[in-house]
Write a protein that binds this ligand. Structure first.
Ligand code: PEP
Ligand code: MN
Length: 366
């Protein structure tokens, strides 16, 4: 090798180390500024200040690099310093598995949900329509070993002229039927102003897809001590869904169950698209139990069995399904609810036997 090159390379090596030392010193000073800004609640990003620094650098630039190159090099340095500041300020989210490594077990009365416990089935009609209808469904599902009964009294409907639910009377009807059949009652709450009535009648608050980001409602439920089943929004990202759960935990309620219920995609053969990776990811990223609502995700009776198996195979802690004595005349979701005979066949075909003990371990080894 030409001796001149060896000599120049040695100079470059020294300059590299000098630059690294200077960059590290600069990063420490930037981090000190970042800490003061965090304390004062100020943003770390100050575009005016960045432009001033870039102008000063190009003014002082005597070459050989053109001004644009100097600017882009320094912008990289600014960005790296800002990211470093953000790393330090990283929030520890209560929903995150890195904050709480162990699975959370949600207790609904005497029924444990999550972790190594057997998958739980929530069954019942889409809407509470009458005392007779609720009594028939509650009696049937309870006789098949179901412990959690669902039924909406306040229904979020697309069409304002369609059946909106029986309201508080519906909650009373649901409560009475659940008491008669030793069932725990799950019902959707749409508005924080209904909280007192729900506290009196239900065992689990359901937050529907359309209210996943109703932050006032989430904060109110976060102050309750009853479990919350949080459905994923129709077009919500996994992060938005988990952040909605964070609202509940941040107010002190850690009895939260996540529920994937299908998201809106281009597909039209199904009502929504069941996002199985979201179920698996929610189990990895959070410590909360995760359910799959097989009725609303596919919107098709012929998908109930395969979607149940798929959900449990990716680690779901339970399944939600809609059952109605006569789905053809149901006041909501009449295409998707199943009658008692179909429900019995569903139980036989899925992982549940009549006592609702899980056969998941037998089938999948976990
Ligand atoms: C429901 O479970 O009754 C319901 C309305 O579901 P979603 O909020 O998932 O649409
Ligand atoms: Mn429904």
């Amino acid at each position: 090798m030409d001796e001149r090159i060896t000599d120049l390379r040695a100079q470059i090596d020294t300059l590299n180390l000098d630059l690294l030392r200077l960059l590290s010193r600069r990063a420490e000073v930037a981090a000190a500024i970042g800490r003061i800004q965090s304390e004062a609640g100020m943003s770390h990003y100050d575009p005016v200040r960045e432009n001033q620094m870039l102008d000063a650098l190009t003014d002082a630039n005597a070459g050989p690099f053109p001004d644009d190159t100097v600017k882009s090099l320094f912008k990289q340095i600014f960005q790296a310093s800002m990211h470093q500041g953000q790393e330090r300020a990283k929030v520890r989210y209560l929903t995150s598995r890195s904050t709480t490594p162990a699975d959370t077990v949600v207790m609904v009365g005497d029924v444990p949900i999550g972790s190594q416990h057997a998958p739980v089935l929530i069954a019942g009609p889409c809407a509470i329509e009458s005392r007779e209808q609720v009594e028939a469904v509650a009696a049937h599902v309870a006789a098949r070993g179901v412990r959690l009964f669902r039924g909406g009294a306040f229904k979020p409907r697309t069409d304002p002229y369609s059946f909106q639910g029986l309201g508080e009377e519906g909650l009373r009807i649901g409560r009475e039927a659940c008491d008669r059949h030793r069932l725990h009652f799950v019902a959707e709450i749409m508005d924080a102003s209904d909280l007192a009535a729900f506290e009196e009648h239900v065992d689990v608050f359901q937050v529907g897809a359309r209210n996943m980001q109703n932050f006032t409602l989430l904060k109110a439920l976060g102050r309750s001590r009853k479990p919350v089943l949080l459905k994923r929004g129709l077009s919500a990202t996994i992060e938005e869904w988990v952040m909605a759960a964070e609202y509940l935990l941040s107010e002190g309620n850690d009895q939260v169950i996540l529920c994937e219920r299908g998201i809106r995609t281009f597909e039209r053969y199904t009502r929504h698209t069941l996002d199985l990776s979201a179920v698996a990811l929610a189990k990895i990223e959070t410590h909360l139990p995760v359910f799959v609502d097989v009725t609303h995700s596919g919107g098709r009776r012929d998908l109930l069995v395969p979607l149940t198996k798929a959900g449990l195979a990716v680690g779901a802690d339970g399944i939600m399904i809609e059952v109605h004595p006569d789905p053809a005349v149901a006041l909501s979701d009449n295409k998707q609810q199943i009658d008692f005979e179909t429900f019995d066949r569903y139980l036989d075909a899925t992982l549940y036997d009549t006592k609702l003990t899980a056969k998941r371990t037998e089938l999948y080894g976990f």
